[in-house]
Design a protein around this ligand. Structure first.
Ligand code: ZN
Length: 161
């Protein structure tokens, strides 16, 4: 296993759409989990380590002492709640800046496991925001792209300061 360098926004790879995973990404997924834990973070998408493929990892509970690593290959949102929630989100590629992002409060995600089995699960709370945040990365979007112009200008000023 190895810890991979994490790209910082505005690296253009963080503003590009990723291609579907077609090959074996077990090693990459292991490296991404190790990189995420070391950062430390709760989610990491492949483009954040320069790999332009539709894959992200998440562990929403390890910081509370119960590791639950998850790997999402070719994820897609198949349903989302009508109600939204606004929560502060950090990003390993935008260190030091928290941005209030409004998103559906629950989403149903479909993805493939590392062994190619189709999975589907509904996420609520922090996990719902996390999977949407990581999925955004696969489409070249970051938190800055999810907020109004005024808030974006303020967040950018904070980031570059
Ligand atoms: Zn991020």
């Amino acid at each position: 296993m190895s810890i991979l360098p994490i790209l910082r926004w505005p690296d253009e790879r963080l503003q590009s759409t990723c291609a579907p995973v077609t090959g074996d990404v077990r090693q990459l997924a292991e490296d991404m989990l190790e990189t995420m834990y070391a950062a430390p973070g709760r989610g990491l998408a492949a483009p954040q380590v320069g790999v332009m493929q539709r894959l992200f990892v998440m562990d929403e509970t390890w910081k509370e002492g119960t590791p639950a690593p998850m790997v999402f290959v070719n994820p897609e949102i198949v349903a989302q709640s009508d109600d939204t929630v606004t929560q502060p989100e950090g990003c390993l590629s935008i260190p030091g800046v928290l941005v209030d992002v409004t998103r559906p409060s629950a989403v149903t995600l479909r993805w493939k496991s590392l062994s190619g089995v189709i999975q589907e699960e509904r996420f609520n709370g922090f996990a719902a925001a996390c999977v949407q945040h990581e999925l955004d990365h696969l489409n070249g979007l970051v938190t800055f792209d999810r907020i109004e112009a005024e808030a974006r200008a303020q967040a950018l000023a904070e980031y570059t300061a």
